[in-house]
Write a protein that binds this ligand. Structure first.
Ligand SMILES: [Zn+2]
Length: 143
C-alpha cells in the first residue's frame, strides 16, 4: 500500500505589490522615495512629492490599518456574489490601498470610518496554469 502525497499547489499573488514569503506572513510592499521618504504602492517613475526619479526602495507595509472609506456593493458582474464590502484602507506608512473588506457583514451598522483592520489572504481563483491566485483582504481587528 502506498501513500500518495500531493505537492502543494503553486501560488501567485493577484497583484505585484503582494508578497507571499515562504516563511513569515504575507504582506504588501511599498516603494519608498529615498529622497523624501514618500511611500507608494506599485512601481513609480518619479516621486510626486519631491519630483526625484528615484531611487526607490521596496519596504514591507504594515498588515494593520484603518478604514478611510467603505461602500457596500449590491451589483456586480455575473458570478460574483453580492452584497460585499469594499473599502480604502490607510496604512501607517502613508499609503492607501483599495480592497475588499471581509469577515464583516454588509450592513452599515457593522461598518464605521476609522475602524481598525488587519490584512488577510485567501485563494480567489486558479489561473490557466493551475496555480492558486492569492488575493488580499482586510478584516476588522478581533478584540
Ligand atoms: Zn520623493
Amino acid at each position: 500500500m502506498s501513500v500518495t502525497e500531493t505537492a502543494p499547489r503553486a501560488r501567485r499573488p493577484i497583484v505585484p505589490f503582494l508578497r507571499l514569503p515562504e516563511s513569515g506572513e504575507p504582506h504588501l510592499v511599498g516603494q519608498r522615495c529615498e529622497g523624501c521618504g514618500a511611500v507608494y504602492l506599485g512601481k513609480r517613475r518619479a516621486c510626486s512629492r519631491c519630483t526625484a526619479e528615484g531611487p526607490f526602495k521596496e519596504i514591507p507595509l504594515s498588515r494593520r490599518g484603518t478604514v478611510w472609506v467603505w461602500s457596500i456593493v449590491h451589483q456586480s458582474v455575473p458570478g460574483v456574489q453580492v452584497p460585499y464590502v469594499v473599502g480604502i484602507v490607510d496604512l501607517p506608512e502613508g499609503v492607501s490601498v483599495r480592497c475588499n473588506l471581509t469577515d464583516v457583514e454588509p450592513d452599515p451598522k457593522k461598518l464605521r470610518f476609522g475602524m481598525p483592520v488587519e490584512m488577510t489572504t485567501g485563494v480567489s481563483q486558479q489561473d490557466r496554469e493551475g496555480r492558486d491566485v492569492v488575493a488580499f483582504y482586510f478584516r476588522p481587528v478581533q478584540g
